[in-house]
Design a protein around this ligand. Structure first.
Ligand SMILES: Cc1cc2nc3c(=O)[nH]c(=O)nc-3n(C[C@H](O)[C@H](O)[C@H](O)COP(=O)(O)OP(=O)(O)OC[C@H]3O[C@@H](n4cnc5c(N)ncnc54)[C@H](O)[C@@H]3O)c2cc1C
Length: 386
C-alpha cells in the first residue's frame, strides 16, 4: 500500500532492501526460539545503519535522530522488531552530547565499526519503578574507582551488548536540594563487570525481548567511566530518554503501518457471507480510524525528532509522540487481530507476535499514565500529584 511519501524515500528504500533479506518468517523463527536476531543485527551494523548517529569523524554517518527514527520505523514496518537493537541509537544521544572527547575517541569508532555494542541502559529498579529519583543503586568514589552496589530490573540486551550506560546515586537523596540532583551516569564494560560484582539474571517475558535483572555487589569501575560531571546524570540521561521515546514512537508507527497493510489485504481477500469482509463498514471504520491515528502520530514524531536535532527542548513532543504512536499502533494491532478472526491467533500470520511486541510500548520505556501526568503537570500547569 502506498502511504504518503516524504523526503526520506532513498533512506527508506535502502533500509527496506536490507530488511527484505530478513522477512517476517525470520523474526517469527527467532521469536519461537526465544533467540536473538544476531544475523539481522550484524547485517544492520555492517551496513552502517546502527552507526547512523555517530559523527563522520568517528566513523559513523553523522545523521540526525529523524533519520535514525526512519531506520527503526522501516524495520518494524517490514515485520521485524527494532527492540533487539534500538538501544544503540538512543544510548548514543547520551554519549554524544555528554561524553568527554577521550570517551568519544575511545568508544565511538569501535561502536561504528561494529567491534563494540552499546545496546544497554540501566535505569529501572525493582523497588522504585517509575519513581526514578528514588533509585537505590549507589556509586561511591574510592580513589580512581567507583564502587557500585544495588539492583536494576528490566535491563535489556545486556547479554548481547559490550557496554551499558548505568544510572546510580552518587549523593544520597537526603543530601541534595532537588531530588533530580546527585545521580550520575557511567559507562560499564560488561565483560569486565560480569563475575566481578555484576550478576545477570535473565527474565523470560511475554515478548521476545532479552531483558534482565542485574545485581551489583561492590562492582568497581574506573572513575574515568563517569560521563560528564558527577551529580548531573539525571539531566544527561534525559537526552537519551527523549531520543528513546522518539525512536520508539517511530517503531510504533512502523508497527501501525504493518498492521494496517496486513489487515487491509486480508479483509479484501477474505470472503464470508458472499462478500469480502472489508466491504462491511463495521470492518472498514476501525481500520480507517487506526490509519488516521497512525498518520497523526507520525507528524508528532517528526516534530519531536526535528526539535531534538535542532537542540531545542523536546521532552513534551517526545513524550506526546510516544503516547500517540503507542496508542495508534495498539489500535491498529487490535483491528488487525480482530479482523483476521481465528487466523490472527495462528503464529504463521505474524499478527499475534507483532501484537505482543507493540503492546509493550503502552508500558515501556515509560507508561502512558506517566506521560499524561507529565503533560498535566509540566505543560498544563495542573497541581502536582506526586
Ligand atoms: C520488556 C521490557 C524491557 C525494558 N527495558 C528496560 C531497559 O532496557 N532499561 C530500563 O532502565 N528499563 C527498562 N524497562 C523498564 C520500563 O521502563 C518500566 O517497566 C516502565 O517504566 C514502568 O515502570 P515499572 O515497571 O516499575 O512500573 P511502575 O512504576 O510500578 O508502574 C506500574 C503501573 O502503574 C502506573 N502508575 C504508577 N504510578 C502512577 C501514578 N502516579 N499515576 C498513575 N499511574 C501510575 C504506571 O503507569 C504503570 O502502568 C523495560 C521494561 C520491559 C517490560
Amino acid at each position: 500500500m502506498n502511504h504518503a511519501t516524504d523526503q526520506y524515500q532513498d533512506l527508506r528504500e535502502a533500509v527496506r532492501d536490507l530488511c527484505s533479506q530478513f522477512p517476517a518468517e525470520y523474526f517469527r523463527k527467532v521469536d519461537e526460539e526465544r533467540g536473538y536476531p544476531e544475523a539481522f543485527v550484524d547485517a544492520l551494523t555492517k551496513a552502517g545503519w546502527l552507526a547512523a548517529l555517530i559523527p563522520q569523524e568517528y566513523g559513523g554517518s553523522g545523521l540526525g535522530l529523524t533519520e535514525a527514527s526512519i531506520i527503526m520505523e522501516e524495520i518494524n514496518r517490514s515485520g521485524g522488531n527494532s527492540g533487539a537493537c534500538h538501544g544503540q541509537m538512543y544510548n548514543m544521544g547520551t554519549l554524544l552530547r555528554h561524553g568527554s572527547d577521550a570517551q568519544k575517541e575511545r568508544y565511538l569508532p569501535r561502536i561504528a565499526s561494529g567491534e563494540l555494542r552499546l545496546q544497554s541502559m540501566g535505569v529501572t529498579e525493582p523497588t522504585t519503578g517509575t519513581d526514578t529519583t528514588k533509585i537505590k543503586t549507589t556509586a561511591v568514589r574510592k580513589g580512581d574507582r567507583y564502587v557500585i552496589n544495588g539492583q536494576k530490573v528490566w535491563i535489556s540486551r545486556v547479554l548481547h551488548s559490550d557496554m551499558m550506560i548505568l544510572l546510580a546515586r552518587t549523593t544520597p537523596l537526603a543530601d541534595v536540594k532537588k531530588k533530580s540532583e546527585g545521580m550520575s551516569i557511567f559507562l560499564v564494560d560488561l565483560h569486565e563487570a560480569v563475575g566481578k560484582g555484576l550478576t545477570i539474571r535473565p527474565i523470560p517475558n511475554m515478548v521476545n525481548h532479552e531483558t534482565n535483572e542485574l545485581f551489583f555487589d561492590n562492582l568497581e569501575i574506573p572513575a574515568e567511566n563517569l560521563i560528564g560531571e558527577e551529580g548531573k546524570g539525571f539531566k544527561y540521561i534525559l537526552d537519551g530518554l527523549n531520543a528513546e521515546r522518539t525512536l520508539i514512537a517511530a517503531e510504533c508507527i512502523g508497527d501501525g503501518y504493518w498492521f494496517i497493510d496486513k489487515v487491509s489485504q486480508y479483509v479484501k481477500d477474505r470472503v464470508v457471507f458472499g462478500r469480502p469482509i472489508g466491504q462491511n463498514q463495521g470492518v472498514q471504520f476501525p481500520i480507517a480510524r487506526a490509519y488516521v491515528n497512525v498518520e497523526a502520530a507520525n507528524l508528532m514524531r517528526f516534530e519531536a525528532a526535528r526539535r531534538y536535532d535542532a537542540h531545542e527542548s523536546c521532552g513534551t513532543q517526545a513524550n506526546m509522540a510516544k503516547l500517540l504512536a503507542a496508542d495508534a499502533s495498539w489500535e491498529a494491532a487490535n483491528a488487525c487481530l480482530q479482523f483476521h478472526g481465528g487466523f490472527g491467533f495462528a503464529c504463521e500470520y505474524d499478527v499475534e507476535r507483532k501484537f505482543r511486541e507493540t503492546r509493550l510500548y503502552q508500558v515501556a520505556p515509560i507508561s502512558t499514565n506517566l506521560i499524561l501526568s507529565y503533560v498535566a503537570e509540566h505543560v498544563l500547569d495542573l497541581p502536582r500529584s506526586f
